[in-house]
Design a protein around this ligand. Structure first.
Ligand SMILES: *Cc1c(COP(=O)(O)O)cnc(C)c1O
Length: 581
């Protein structure tokens, strides 16, 4: 068992702690992307933002952890549109040395017969009580690496499958070698946030010097995030055989015999002592998909002080002291006076509208019900469900009764997603005089926080059960904003009709019972509830509206936060002793 750090240790670096205390055993958290803030553009969406939020909460709580990810010198991308509303991707220009510190450590990995030097940058994430948690960003853009190898840590989801395979080898194998070089000899647990870093099991086996899979399992835990098989990385053995060095090649064949390739998810499932999904429903779907019974769940959360507006933060500090380190106390939100909640909310709404005026030249009305929708423009997220029946939408929301704000990036290779974006932007122009619809370009963490603090309702319409968890709705809950969402992912756990928001479409009954159903049901239900519940409550029953806001904070924000998530991981997945925390 490892102890929480004493306050007197705060301010020391992990390195000093490791040298002074051989019993100190941190958790190494591996993630293909980490989203800490928009000025470190090494994330594309929910997976990375979740990783960042978990690491921040671990720092706040003083949990000994270190993050490992890749640097991505070219970031994800900056989103622009041409005259036909088609998404264009522009490279991100950022200077890692402004945000991170390059360490002198170098290790080598061999890929395609060439030695590659892997270096590392560090970001020190300082928690609320001063506890420093290091996050390591691996990089290969150094002399004397071969020009092809120097670009291996440039693009997030940019290259082909072979590029991806090499990136994942660098993350798993290079990442573990770097940790050892930095002095991390006593790692308690390797946490794989999604399967991408699964090749670290090869390096653990090599370090061990003999083949014993059980000993590897004892050290690894795995969080799966994708409820559909197509979402899992898969590499054919004929490619692996060309790329990997001989020892890694023979080990991976031995670990996954009688197969044609490596599914990173399967690798994670087979070589971990604990596996979890990211919401209750997602664990059920995963158990079905993998034909297992042991996938547990730890429902995702968001980092409280990253996502809360300054106004709400002041309000909670005044009425619920201590909530920042213990967000469970937000159950007391029901005692906050209604006028104060409303005033703080309207201030965030004005801030969002000021930004929209600046970037889009559109003046939205702060007294009009404003519905937000922003996420990756993947087709399963169905950003266009709202536009299923435009005439009906006009009847219900026309005359500027409702205004909508959209944002979202499509994956560069996803033409379906780009078509979705085009459809929304074109609808915005057609409906201009009837239903204001604004599209904010270049969705990132900064725009996400403006939106999840400043709209009145958060719309979410994924095809179930494709939304493993979803987290943007939790950011809204932290700011007292109700969700209006298909019952999937976290919302099944956070939803109380007319209390924390509204559902769209059928209720989940037994396992997977709602994977095949009439898609029109969702659109119909969306329109019905918008007309009969959401609009009338907003305009005619202000007291009930604000009461729902308070219940959203008390019931949802108190639970769907990464402080609770980290405590759950510590209790179920790591072997950390939480006394005194
Ligand atoms: C929170 C966040 C997400 C994840 O939102 P979902 O609801 O899970 O889709 C994606 N992108 C950014 C920039 C975010 O801040």
């Amino acid at each position: 068992m490892i102890q929480r750090l004493h306050r007197s240790d705060l301010g020391n670096s992990l390195r000093t702690l490791m040298e002074n205390d051989p019993a100190f055993r941190p958790v190494a958290y591996f993630s293909m992307e980490v989203g800490l803030k928009e000025s470190i553009p090494t994330y594309s969406g929910g997976l990375g933002v979740l990783a960042g939020d978990i690491l921040k909460s671990a720092a706040d709580l003083g949990v000994p952890m270190a993050g490992v990810t890749l640097l991505y010198r070219k970031g994800y991308f900056v989103q622009e549109f041409n005259e036909s509303d088609w998404q264009l991707e522009k490279p991100v220009v950022w200077d890692p040395s402004k945000e991170l510190t390059l360490l002198p450590n170098r290790v080598t990995v061999t890929l395609e017969g060439r030695e590659i030097q892997v270096g590392v940058w560090v970001y020190e994430c300082v928690g609320a009580t001063g506890y420093p948690l290091p996050i390591y960003f691996l990089d290969t853009d150094f002399e004397p690496n071969h020009p092809d190898d120097r670009t291996l840590c440039w693009y997030l989801y940019g290259g082909d499958n072979r590029y991806r395979l090499r990136q994942e080898f660098i993350l798993g194998v290079g990442g573990l070698r770097i940790l050892r070089d930095l002095g991390y000899m006593n790692i308690d647990t390797f946490h794989l946030n999604e399967g991408h870093a699964g090749f670290l099991t090869l390096e653990l086996m090599r370090e061990q010097g003999y083949y014993d899979p059980d000993k590897i399992r004892e050290q690894v835990v795995f969080t799966t995030h994708t409820p559909v098989p197509a979402g899992h990385d898969y590499f054919q053995f004929n490619m692996i055989d060309e790329v990997f060095p001989p020892d890694a090649k023979s080990t991976i064949h031995r670990m996954l015999p009688n197969r044609e390739g490596v599914s990173m998810t399967e690798l994670g499932l087979l070589y971990s002592r604990y596996v979890n999904g990211v919401a209750k429903k997602h664990a059920e779907v995963s158990n079905d998909m993998f034909k297992m019974e042991t996938v547990d769940w730890i429902t995702n959360g968001i980092h409280p002080t990253t996502w809360i507006s300054s106004g709400m933060r002041k309000l909670y500090n005044k009425h619920i002291p201590g909530w920042e380190l213990d967000p469970g106390r937000l159950v007391q939100a029901l005692t906050i006076p209604k006028e104060e909640i409303w005033a703080a909310h309207q201030a965030s709404k004005l801030r969002l509208f000021a930004r929209i005026l600046e970037t889009n030249g559109v003046q939205l009305d702060p007294d009009v019900l404003t519905i937000g929708f922003a996420r990756r423009a993947a087709t399963y997220k169905r950003a266009d469900l709202l536009l299923t029946d435009v005439k009906r939408l006009k009847d219900i929301a026309g005359g500027k009764k409702v205004q909508f704000v959209f944002a979202g990036k499509s994956h560069p290779h996803d033409n379906g997603g780009k078509t979705l974006l085009q459809k929304i932007r074109r609808a915005a122009k057609e409906l201009e005089n009837d239903i204001p619809i604004v599209f904010i370009d270049n969705y990132n963490m900064e725009i996400a926080s403006l939106l999840t603090q400043g709209v009145d309702v958060w719309l979410n319409t994924p095809v179930r059960p494709r939304e493993a968890s979803g987290t943007s709705g939790m950011k809204c809950a932290m700011n007292g904003i109700m969700n209006f969402s298909v019952l999937d992912g976290w919302w099944i756990e956070g939803w109380i009709e007319d209390v924390t928001g509204w559902s769209i479409g059928p209720e989940p009954t037994e396992k997977n019972a709602n994977t095949d159903y009439d898609e029109n049901l969702d659109a119909n239900d969306l329109y019905n509830k918008l007309e009969k519940k959401v609009i009338p409550t907003y305009y005619k029953n202000h007291d009930k509206w604000v009461d729902m806001m308070k219940h959203t904070i008390a019931l949802d924000a108190s639970f769907f936060n990464t402080h609770r998530v980290v405590r759950e991981y510590a209790a179920k997945a790591y072997s950390i002793d939480f006394r005194g925390m």
